[in-house]
Design a protein around this ligand. Structure first.
Ligand code: SF4
Length: 220
């Protein structure tokens, strides 16, 4: 009964179509978005990114050179703005001082090495690091977030509260290591979570996975 990972991908892709993620104009903007999206809705991130753009502050050099309070004001709409501004300045300073100002240089190399490099920066956890690796660095690594966890549980792929690493292993061991597939799959799960698989009460009617979903069958 439990559907395979490729079966789920195919069903979602057929119904939702290409998602064109991550929505950003540059690798640095994408990395900034990955930091800002921690513990907040994407619409709040969009507002902060727009404010940073208007202020001409979407480059590592500018972010590294701002006084902390000024950066905090620019990203206030994303919440946790003191903590996030510290992380952004550490990220930007690292890019300026160690990577000639080139964000992609920070992401260059074998992904396990790059991942450790990112995780060593205070404020960057596995989800943020993996988002940067996949979407900006084009490394074949699957991003796990609250949406992925929710859907994987409801489909019956996992039970209890598996760790980030366990969930990631599930996807990476059962799918080919393909950047485009990982990119699209994660984006489709986000779309599904927003349209149908809501946190409190899923809208199973009309969900592309209803026929193969353990929770969906219970809801009928
Ligand atoms: S059928 Fe319901 S529980 Fe299952 S994935 Fe769809 S919305 Fe979520």
């Amino acid at each position: 009964m439990t559907p395979g990972l490729m079966e789920v991908y195919t069903r979602l892709a057929q119904v939702f179509g290409p998602q064109h993620w991550w929505p950003a104009d540059s690798p640095f903007e994408m990395m900034v978005g990955a930091v800002l999206t921690q513990n907040t809705a994407w619409r709040n991130v969009e507002r902060s990114v727009a404010t940073l753009k208007e202020a001409g502050a979407l480059s590592p050099e500018v972010v590294a050179g701002l006084v902390p309070e000024a950066l905090q004001d620019l990203i206030r709409s994303s919440g946790f703005f003191r903590q996030k501004s510290g992380t952004l300045q550490l990220l930007a300073t690292t890019i300026v001082e160690n990577c000639q100002g080139e964000p992609l240089q920070l992401l260059a190399g074998e992904w396990p090495v790059v991942r450790q490099r990112l995780l060593a920066l205070r404020g960057i956890g596995p989800e943020t690091a993996d988002s940067m690796l996949l979407y900006a660095g084009h490394h074949p690594i699957f991003v796990i977030d609250a949406y992925t966890r929710r859907i994987a549980t409801r489909l019956g792929w996992v039970s209890g509260t598996p760790s980030y690493a366990q969930l990631q292993k599930l996807f990476m061991e059962h799918l080919p290591a393909d950047v485009s597939l990982f990119n699209e799959y994660h984006a489709l799960l986000v779309h599904l979570a927003k349209e149908h698989c809501l946190s409190c009460k899923p809208r199973c009617e009309g969900c592309p996975l209803l026929q193969v979903c353990a929770r969906g069958q219970m809801e009928r």
